[in-house]
Design a protein around this ligand. Structure first.
Ligand code: HEM
Length: 216
């Protein structure tokens, strides 16, 4: 968020201009996502054909698993700070809350979405690797993990993101130095509840990945 935050608002009706948080135009905005999709395809291809590059099957597997875990930690771990940030930002007033909500929005766009795509792709690469044998016999815990990933993606995309945008819209015309609008209350409550559900889905996925229960 550095470079986007303006100097604190002086007393009176001044407020942080919206342009401080606006995203780059279309094409420039699509490029990072195209790069992530190319990386995802490369992770899957590496799982399937990595050994033909002269690496051992085990090395291919270890590289994919390392990337899988590191990206999962960064993508999902980063969201666990938001429930600490939001109450603090709420006590700081309208301008602080607006920056915190923009932070959550940009964290989602720049870290969580690309990260969760890469987690799925490296997971897919691990399944395609001959070492695991998951291609021929996909265990239940992976099927459930994929289902949880899809549920989390739908909830984040269809419920949480629009709620962040609604919260920002409520703060749009609020005075930086004035009270936080009452209309924000129910939205903040929903953001908190859905945030807890998404956190639970991430922890459940981690349990499946490490405990690998024999479900059926
Ligand atoms: C589409 C979703 C996912 C797929 C297809 C997937 C697939 C896999 C596969 C095939 C493995 C290797 C298991 C083995 O070594 O036998 C694995 C390991 C792992 N995954 Fe995932 N995964 C997914 C999502 C996640 C998520 C969301 C997380 C974290 C929140 C995660 C964390 C891990 C961890 C920590 C390991 C290493 C477990 C260990 O070595 O004990 N995965 N995953």
């Amino acid at each position: 968020m550095t470079g986007h935050v303006q100097a604190p608002a002086r007393a009176g009706r001044e407020r942080t201009p919206a342009s401080a948080h606006e995203a780059p135009p279309g094409a420039a905005r699509a490029l990072p996502m195209i790069a992530v999709l190319v990386l995802c395809a490369a992770a899957m291809a590496f799982g399937e054909w990595g050994a033909e590059l002269g690496l051992s099957e085990l090395s291919v597997y270890k590289v994919l698993r390392l990337v899988h875990i590191v990206v999962a930690v960064i993508a999902f771990g980063s969201t666990f700070g938001i429930p600490v940030l939001m109450p603090l930002a709420g006590r700081g007033g309208v301008a602080t809350l607006r920056v915190a909500l923009h932070f959550a929005e940009q964290l989602e766009e720049k870290i969580v979405v690309p990260g969760s795509l890469l987690v799925a792709a490296t997971g897919g690469g691990l399944i395609l690797s001959d070492l695991s044998g998951y291609q021929d016999d996909l265990p239940a815990w992976i099927i459930v993990a994929i289902a949880l990933w899809v549920i989390a993606a739908v909830v984040a995309f269809a419920v949480q993101n629009p709620a962040v945008k609604r919260a920002l819209a409520v703060l749009e015309d609020a005075d930086d130095t004035g009270p936080v609008p009452q209309a924000l209350g129910p939205i903040a409550g929903q953001l908190d509840r859905v945030g807890k559900v998404l956190a639970l889905l991430a922890i459940l996925s981690l349990f499946l990945m490490t405990w690998r229960p024999g479900l059926w």
